[in-house]
Design a protein around this ligand. Structure first.
Ligand code: SAH
Length: 247
């Protein structure tokens, strides 16, 4: 069983510091004392560390650790998931699963068929979504925490300059598979890992105008098979296909 990894809030070349709930847990539940060993994630790297000082205080407990040795870390999948905002409980489940599956960034987008009240509430949910990603990264023993962006209109995401292959998962697409486009991106990237951005629509799917927008901005449409998947299922399926090609 891989040892638990603590995700440092602050760090420098030689030390890392836990604050908040993690510090409370380590200090009060595990009764951490100087010298106790722990694995700490700091700045996308993993270290074997040793507790240097424990400060217990009402709202500001802190555990400072000395970084002893860097441990091998599994890099995230070079994938950004543009995820249309839809029913929060299901969307939050998708954020957790995408994090477990190694996604590097999650960009919530407001799509045409995102329900209006969810679009309005989404702006206030970013911090919660970032916490979900952090906790899922910790549980998955990841060496990094996915970046969860502030929600933005779909068009803003679609029109961003391409940082790699951009693929829209389209339930109507019948010929091109996701696997085929990932393999094409691998070819084009030769020895490098290809950077990928995938977009998954809301429960109501993509509107025709959105499909045209993707197309006009160079996104390639890909299928995940003949069955219509829930958005959260599509996110898991897409990341599994990509991981099976890249890892
Ligand atoms: N409107 C659809 C459901 C949309 S599912 C319906 O007919 O009920 C939500 C999103 O999941 C879609 O917009 C698409 O991005 C993705 N998705 C679901 N099934 C897919 C498939 N078979 N191929 C590609 N993407 C799919």
């Amino acid at each position: 069983m891989t040892r638990r990894r603590w995700i440092a809030e602050h760090w420098d070349e030689a030390t890392a510091t836990l604050v908040g709930a993690q510090a409370e847990h380590m200090a009060r539940v595990l009764r951490a004392q100087p010298g106790m060993e722990a694995d700490v994630v700091a700045g996308g790297r993993v270290f074997h560390a040793e507790v240097a000082a424990v400060t217990l205080a009402k709202d500001s407990s802190e555990v400072r650790l000395n970084l002893v040795a860097e441990l091998p870390a599994d890099p995230a999948l070079p994938v950004t998931l543009a995820l249309a905002v839809y029913k929060f409980d299901r969307m939050e489940w998708a954020i957790e699963k995408a994090t477990e599956l190694g996604v590097a960034e999650i960009a919530p987008v407001i799509a045409r068929r995102t329900e209006k009240h969810l679009a309005e509430a989404a702006q206030k949910r970013t911090q919660r979504w970032q916490l979900i990603a952090r906790e899922a990264a910790q549980q998955a023993r990841r060496s990094d925490v996915p970046l969860v962006h502030e929600p933005c209109p779909l068009a803003a995401r679609v029109r961003r300059p391409a940082a790699g292959a951009r693929i829209v998962l389209a339930e109507q697409e019948r010929t091109t598979t996701l696997r085929c486009l990932v393999e094409e991106a691998q070819e084009a990237a030769s020895e490098e890992m290809p950077a990928l951005e995938i977009a998954i629509g809301p429960e109501g799917g993509w509107a025709p105008a959105e499909e045209a927008l993707f197309d006009a901005n160079g996104w390639r449409a890909a299928s995940l098979g003949p069955r219509i998947l829930r958005a959260e299922t599509a996110a898991i399926c897409a990341l599994a296909v990509i991981a099976s090609c890249l890892e």
